[in-house]
Design a binder for this molecule. Structure first.
Ligand code: PMP
Length: 347
C-alpha cells in the first residue's frame, strides 16, 4: 500500500466518543437551538437561496458584516468552516518543516494536531499546577524554539480559566512570533484581546459561532488580524470553503446577536450554581470558569463518571490525559440537564 506522508503515521486523529447520550454535556455546545425568531429568519433566507450557485468566493458579505462589528475592514477578516479551519490554515501558512508552534498545555487538544498537520514542531508548555500561565516560561520556550506561532486560548478549554488581558499583551509585546488568541468562548467571558490589533502587528483573534451562537451544526468561525497576515492565510484556505447556507445563516445570527444575551445570563447563573454544589462534594475541586463548561477534579473521578453515565449524561473524560489527571469537563446544559447532573453526583 501507499505509505502516508512523512510524519502522518505517528499522528493520532482527533476523535471523541460518538455515543448519543440523552443528555449531551460533552462538547461545549449551546444546550438550546437558535432562538425561534432567528431560526425563522434563517429558514426564510434559505428558502430563496439559489442552491445551484457557488457561494461568494471571498465571503465578502459576512466578512464586511463582521468587520463593521469590530470597526475593522473586510480585509482584516477571514471566515472558515469553523474556527478550526482557519487555525489549521494559519499553521499551514506560517508553520512548516523546521518551524515551531508553541502553546500552553493543557489547552485545546487540536493545537498539537494543527501544528503536526502543517509538518511543524508542536511545543506544548506546561501550565502551572493551578492551571495559571507563567508568561515568562512561555516566552522563553517560544524564544528557544524560535516559534513562528504562539497559540493562546482565552478563556482556556478545558480549564475554563482566563488569562488577564495584561498577560496577553505582555506576551504579544515580548515576542516576534504571531500570537493567536483563540476566543472561542469569548461571549461567556466578555473581555477580549481585539484591541491589541490596533497596537501590534503580530496578533490574530479567532472566534467561533459554534458555542454561544448555537451554530455548531453550521460550522463557521472567523479570524481578525492585520491585512498582510489575513492575505497570507487566505492563500491556503480553499475557495468556497464556507458554503452559502452557512454564510447566510451566520450573517443573520451575527446581526441578531443581542438575542443571545438572555441565554448567556442563564449560562453563567447555572454554571455558578453547578460549581457551588460540585465543589462542596468531598475531595472535589472545581476550577473557576468564565465559559459554558466546568473542569472538575475528583479523587474518585471514576465514581462520578459512572454515576453520570448511568443517568445517560455524557461528559468529556480527561482523567487519563496529560496534565488533567482525575479531571472531567462538564458543559453547562439547560437548567433541567444541570439538575440531572447535580442529582446524579449527589445521589
Ligand atoms: N477553539 C477552541 C478552544 C474550541 O474549544 C473549539 C471547539 N471545541 C474550537 C476552537 C473549534 O471550534 P469550531 O471549529 O467549531 O469553530
Amino acid at each position: 500500500m501507499f505509505a502516508p506522508r512523512c510524519g502522518l503515521e505517528s499522528l493520532k486523529p482527533y476523535s471523541v466518543e460518538e455515543i448519543q447520550w440523552p443528555v449531551r454535556l460533552d462538547a461545549n455546545e449551546n444546550p438550546t437551538d437558535l432562538p425561534p425568531a432567528i431560526k425563522t429568519k434563517v429558514m426564510e433566507k434559505l428558502a430563496v437561496l439559489p442552491f445551484n450557485r457557488y457561494p461568494e468566493m471571498s465571503a465578502i458579505s459576512l466578512k464586511s458584516t463582521l468587520a463593521a462589528g469590530f470597526g475593522l475592514k473586510a480585509a482584516n477578516v477571514l471566515v472558515g468552516n469553523g474556527s478550526s479551519e482557519i487555525l489549521e490554515a494559519l499553521c499551514h501558512a506560517f508553520g512548516g518543516a523546521g518551524r515551531s508552534i508553541v502553546y500552553p498545555s493543557p489547552s485545546f487538544s487540536m493545537y498539537g494536531i494543527y501544528a503536526k498537520l502543517a509538518d511543524s514542531q508542536s511545543v506544548p508548555v506546561a501550565l502551572n499546577a493551578d492551571y495559571t500561565l507563567d508568561a515568562d516560561k512561555l516566552l522563553a520556550a517560544a524564544k528557544e524554539a524560535a516559534a513562528v506561532v504562539i497559540l493562546l486560548c482565552n478563556p482556556n478549554n478545558p480549564t475554563g480559566m482566563v488569562m488577564p488581558l495584561e498577560q496577553i499583551e505582555y506576551i504579544v509585546a515580548g515576542t516576534n512570533s504571531l500570537v493567536v488568541v483563540d476566543e472561542a468562548y469569548h461571549e461567556f467571558y466578555g473581555k477580549t484581546a481585539v484591541n491589541l490589533l490596533r497596537k501590534y502587528q503580530n496578533v490574530a483573534i479567532a472566534r467561533t459561532f459554534s458555542k454561544a451562537y448555537s451554530l455548531a451544526a453550521a460550522r463557521v468561525g472567523y479570524l481578525l488580524t492585520n491585512e498582510e497576515i489575513a492575505r497570507t492565510i487566505g492563500k491556503v484556505l480553499l475557495p468556497y470553503s464556507v458554503n452559502a447556507l452557512t454564510l447566510a445563516t451566520a450573517e443573520i445570527v451575527y446581526g441578531l446577536r443581542q438575542e443571545f444575551a438572555g441565554g448567556l445570563a442563564v449560562n453563567s447563573r447555572e454554571r455558578e450554581r453547578m460549581a457551588a454544589v460540585l465543589s462542596a462534594l468531598d475531595g472535589v475541586t472545581v476550577y473557576p470558569s468564565q465559559t459554558n463548561f466546568l473542569l472538575v477534579k475528583s479523587e474518585n473521578i471514576a465514581a462520578m463518571v459512572a454515576k453520570l453515565s448511568a443517568r445517560g449524561i455524557g461528559i468529556r473524560d480527561f482523567s487519563t490525559a496529560p496534565g488533567l489527571t482525575n479531571c472531567i469537563r462538564i458543559s453547562v446544559g439547560t437548567p433541567e440537564e444541570n439538575k440531572a447532573v447535580l442529582e446524579a453526583v449527589t445521589a
